[in-house]
Every structure is written in structure tokens, then in C-alpha cells.
Design a protein around this ligand. Sequence first.
Ligand code: FCB
Length: 456
Amino acid sequence: MPTITSFPPDFIWGAATASYQIEGAWDEDGKGESIWDRFSHTPGKVAHGDTGDVACDHYHRWREDVALMKALGLHAYRFSISWPRLLPEGRGRVNAAGLDFYGRLVDVLLEATIEPFVTLYHWDLPQALQDRGGWPVRATAEAFVEYADLITRKLGDRVKHWITLNEPFVSAFVGYLEGRHAPGHSDSFDFAQDKLDEALAAAHHLLLAHGWAVPVIRCNCAGAQVGIVLNLSGQTPASPSAADRAVAWRQDGVINRWFLDPLSARGYPADIVQHYGRPMDFVQAGDLEAIATPLDFLGVNYYTRNVVRSSVVAEAENVPRTVFPNPERTEMGWEVYPDGLYELLGRMHFDCRFPALYVTENGAAYQDQIGPDGQVDDPLRVAYLKEHLAAAARAIAAGVPLRGYFAWSLMDNFEWAYGYSKRFGLVYVDYRTQRRTLKTSAHWYRRVIAANALVD
Ligand code: FCB
């Protein structure tokens, strides 16, 4: 028997995507411009000048894509709503065609007995709101609540799982501080300190938007489960030296605790507030209480860990500093480290006490190609997924309430600043013809779902 590890009977098997990465139709049927439209249309921002103008053309091919999900046997599909498709100016005027698109998608998913897990914000802010300051401005959080109210009124009778934000760390710090993501560096913020202030304010307003939206979603959707998705990764010191351990803990604060602590009613971590040394005057009375509104679940996006090296450890100290000198890496250059998922899930439950967890993204990019037989064989991805699912199963056995797993991604898509050069899909997309081909990993995942267990 090939069966190795079983999952709980009600375990939810899914796959995930995001609106800007798959939909295309960037200016069709009344959709407004998003910050990613603006960013990708700006020369030099995205590899090879790629844009999401067409992407996987999912806006037109969504029925075919739901059929693919059905063929895989998915129990659930995590997708995101394009805010500017609903509210072209960010607030105010509603684009009925946008609402109808998501209404039809949800209906057809439910007909196929696929549970929709809807993310409200996966990075495609309406450009009109960015023009008024974007996430560094508090009014954007108010606009988000109006948007959340609109869509949950429309879909609340049918959608029972809602995710407010995807990876607010990336929205705030990669978008407003590093500038590798939309809205990118802004000419009016030339100095690093100004950009740090922008990013910190953006992070706060994202969390505030989340906290304010949770009760609105619950009010509009009877019995809804509401959560947030964070990009979490362990920060491993490169050596047991005090210097490496201190920097690793600080990195943990910057990436993980800056979001986990306020969501868990612990406020912003004092060591990192001190590290930044900025005024934090954007935090108003009542904000931290709103952000700490209890959640039904936490979504964990896990890909890799960081090995952290302090610049002040003298090599002369002779501390051995490599934790796995030649780790296996994916096409993104990310270390393959399945144990990190086990460690993280344990920490999220036993330390942070989230009542339920989902792996909302996990997967790997590799250089997939269509073979002469028309098949796409991706054994490295199968191995990656299998090892991470084994880690998830170990976490469940240890008592972690992990309710489901979403592979990133259902299909190859627009990988942000990398454009189409990185393929994460279970399904291969030929961008010239829009033909979809199930990779070996998709066939394997179908068998795993059918067996509710890891199979060869
Ligand atoms: C995550 C994003 C997702 C995808 C994967 C590879 O950070 O949420 O959209 O790009 O990385």
C-alpha cells in the first residue's frame, strides 16, 4: 500500500490564487486601475516588462478553471477579490459588473461543491486611493471597511470563510519601504526614514482595516469564519553566538511579531518599537483593541526560513556559522526547509493560541517545461509538497488544530516583480495560447486528496 500518512476526516484540501496574478481584464467591464496596474505599466518595475493585463485570462476562463479544480477534487478554493473591479475609485460608485463576476464565480464553485475562501485584499489597492496617500493614510482603512461591507453583503449568504488581508508585512514594507512591489518608491519620499515612517503607518492602517472589518463581516455573514493571512517564517541564527541570536530575534520581531503581537492583544513588540525609534503617532486610542478583535483562524503562508547572520560576529571567533552549508533551493532561491512549517504551526497554536489554523499558501517555483509527450513532469514540486504535508501532519499529531491546506498555486501566474518567469502552479499555463496542462504534481495532489493521505 502506498499510503503513508493520513489526515483528519474533515481536513480541507485546497489551492490558492490572487486576483491580480490570474484575472487579466485589467480595464474591462468598468474595472478601475489598481496600484499593480500602474506599477507594472511603469518601465523597469517588473522583470521583462511583464504586466497582469492578461495574466491567465481567468476573468474570461473562470468556468474552465473551476472545472480544473473539480478535476483535482479540491474541497476549497482560496481566491481574492479585486477591490478596483468593485469600486473603481476605491470608494463610492459601485461597478455592478464586478460584483456580478464574483457572484457567478461563487455560485459555480458551490455547484461544484468547492468551498470559497475569499481574501479581500491581496495587494491590488485601487490607484485612486493611492493617489490620496494609500495605506500610510488612515482614511484608506475606512475605505477598506466600506469595501468589505459591500462585498460581504453581496456574498455573505454563500461565502462562509473570509480572509481580510494577505501578508500585510509585504504590502507595507515591500511596497512602501523597499519599493520592490507596488506602489514602489515614491519620489516625494527620498529619505529612508520617511519611507520607514510610511511603511510603519501603512502596516498600522492595514491592521486597523482588518480589525475594523472583522465585526462588519461577521454581521453580514451569519456563521462566518474570519481570519487573516500572514507570511511567517522562522528566523534561524546562523550560529549559537549571542550576536547571531540577537539579530535573529530582531528579524523575528520585524517580520513575525510586528503582526502577531498586536493581533494577539500584546500590542507592538517593545524591542522593535525601540529598534525603529520612530514616533508611532499614527496609533490612536482604541486602535490596538480593534486590531486585537479575536479571530476564528490564522492563515499561514509558509515557503522557507531565513538564516540570520549578524555583521558583528568576528569570523575570528571561530564559531561555525553555517546551519546546512548547501541547502536545496527552489527557483526563487528559497531554502527547502519543511521542518520550518512544523515549528511555525506549533508556535502559532501553543504560543500564540490561535483557535484554528490553515496553511493558506505553500508551494515552490521550478523550471517547468512541456515535454515532447505534452506532459509537464515536476518531481521536485511533488517532493516539496510531500515533505511539507508530512510536516503539517506531524503538527496535527502534536495537537495543532490545522484545519486545511492550500497549495500555492492552482496554476502558474504573474509572480509580482518576477513577472511570468517563476512558475508555482500545479497546472501549467502556456501564456501564448492560455492552454492549461495538469503537471505531475496536480495528478499527485488529486490522489492525495482522494486518499486523504500522503501517497507516492
Ligand atoms: C506570497 C504571495 C503570493 C505568491 C507567493 C509565491 O508571498 O502571497 O501571491 O506570490 O508568495
